[in-house]
Design a protein around this ligand. Structure first.
Ligand SMILES: [Zn+2]
Length: 376
């Protein structure tokens, strides 16, 4: 099986011609849509690469099929890898050169339309780590995101899924207010470990409400016609910084927790069951009557969490599957559960009682290999 992981790296804007990259992206978009347009003032070798990639449609853009009329199509490029021992792999006409001897990546003619124009960036540690794990970076892409130039690298690796030890790692992904719950079920079918992973909600709420406060003050200034005063500008800057802080914090939290879970799964040679109940979480959040901004924050990066988890499990050859594990149905008698204060669930039929986040783990206990669990 081929596993893939990707990274994006911001390129120095002062060394890139954004208009040129925009044109390359437009050509790529046409190529994806089946047109072949040869432009006289863009180097032929770049255009050859764009059309040469048509066969890979759907496989390149981080494993997703580009939308048909998506204007911002990143430009796929081949790479040449020059390893520490001098060995070379890849296309000799590649415009992206990963040079491990001098620890740099060289981009030829893709950042600006000038003969022999080269942009050099330091080799990211991410690339070195993937190579150490037996990966190879055969493809790169350049493109713009929010008008900033980026380089995307895709590492590929052939993996043999590991043979499960009989341990199961159950990951129940909810909105951040409840967090991600995980449980480890050992080979004798006992819950060996259980813990919810929750970001610091108080910190998130503090940042959110501070930004809301500033927003109100900004509104007042606006109504007084003081929109463009230094005070208003300062407020705007501060609001933006606070919002950015919340998202950066959640992104970082998601990344760290994914890494921890993946390392646990590798260590235990576990099979992973993922229950992604984000739709249910969304509904639950609506019932809680939270401000819509906060609701959005509680769901931010949760999809990415699931995607990162699946990608990294694949990369390390950890078998996993998605499974619906109910949290409101009794795992013993399948009677509807009643929720008590403190998110404790109780079955009025058989007396079963457990914290709500632990119910999915109990369901997973019942899901012995090949057995069918609950409604799917
Ligand atoms: Zn029951």
């Amino acid at each position: 099986m081929n596993a893939r992981r990707a990274i994006i790296i911001r390129l120095p804007k002062d060394k890139c011609d954004v208009n040129y990259i925009t044109r390359l992206m437009a050509l790529t978009n046409l190529a994806y849509r089946g047109f072949e347009v040869w432009v006289p003032d863009i180097p032929k070798n770049i255009q050859y690469q764009i059309y040469g990639f048509k066969n890979y449609m759907g496989s390149l853009v981080f494993g997703t099929t580009p939308k048909r009329w998506f204007a911002e199509t990143w430009v796929p490029l081949k790479t040449l890898r020059v390893y520490g021992d001098g060995a070379r792999k890849g296309a000799t006409d590649a415009l992206v050169v990963l040079d491990f001897r001098s620890s740099v990546i060289r981009l030829r003619q893709v950042c600006r339309n000038e003969p022999r124009y080269v942009v050099t960036i330091p080799m990211p540690k991410w690339v070195v780590d993937r190579i150490k794990e037996g990966g190879d970076v055969r493809f790169a892409m350049i493109g713009l995101k929010d008008d900033e130039p980026y380089l995307a690298l895709t590492a590929e690796r052939v993996v043999e899924p590991h043979v499960p030890s009989g341990c199961r790692l159950v990951v129940d992904v909810n909105a951040w207010n409840n967090g991600v719950a995980y449980g480890i079920i050992n080979p004798s079918n006992k819950i060996a470990e259980y813990s919810p992973l929750r970001p610091n909600l108080r910190l998130i709420d503090t940042w959110y409400y501070r930004a809301e406060d500033l927003h109100k003050r900004l509104g007042k200034l606006r109504r007084l016609g003081l929109d463009s005063t230094p005070e208003a500008k300062r407020l705007r800057r501060e609001i933006k910084a606070l919002r950015r802080k919340v998202y950066a914090y959640l992104r970082d939290f998601a990344q760290k927790k994914v890494h921890e879970l993946v390392m646990k799964a590798i260590r235990l040679r576990a099979e992973v069951l993922i229950d992604d109940v984000l739709e249910e979480s969304r509904r639950e959040l609506l019932e809680m009557k939270l401000p819509s901004g906060l609701r959005k924050i509680y769901l931010a990066e949760t999809r990415r969490f699931v995607k990162l988890l699946a990608t990294q499990l694949e990369w390390y050859g950890v078998p996993y599957k998605f499974k619906r594990l109910p949290s409101t149905i009794c795992p013993v008698c399948q009677h509807e559960l009643t929720q008590l204060p403190g998110r404790i669930m109780i079955c009025e039929n058989c007396g079963f009682k457990a914290p709500r986040d632990k119910i999915p783990i109990h369901w997973a206990l019942k899901a012995m290999p090949r057995a069918q669990v609950g409604p799917s």
